[in-house]
Design a protein around this ligand. Sequence first.
Ligand SMILES: [Zn+2]
Length: 100
Amino acid sequence: MRELDAVLARLRRDDDSIRADRADATADDEHDPEGSTLSGEWQRIDALRRATVAERTALTAALARLDAGTYGICARCGREIPPARLEIRPDAVTCVPCAA
Ligand SMILES: [Zn+2]
């Protein structure tokens, strides 16, 4: 979790610095050849941040299930989720047949 928090903090800083760059570019009266590049960069970081937030949410939910003693139990059929699946998808909520 600490690693994810660090990633989120870093992404927020990147986001802030890009916003600052954009503010500078807007303050400049010259037309802005960097504008589209910055916009693309911002979108990339935003997508990355969303993915990280989603991953963090899934991991938080997995930890809650671990606490509740329901981790590794399929949320749909109540059967055990195969350890091999949990190895690939530690945040898996359902077994393979139920996920399909
Ligand atoms: Zn199931």
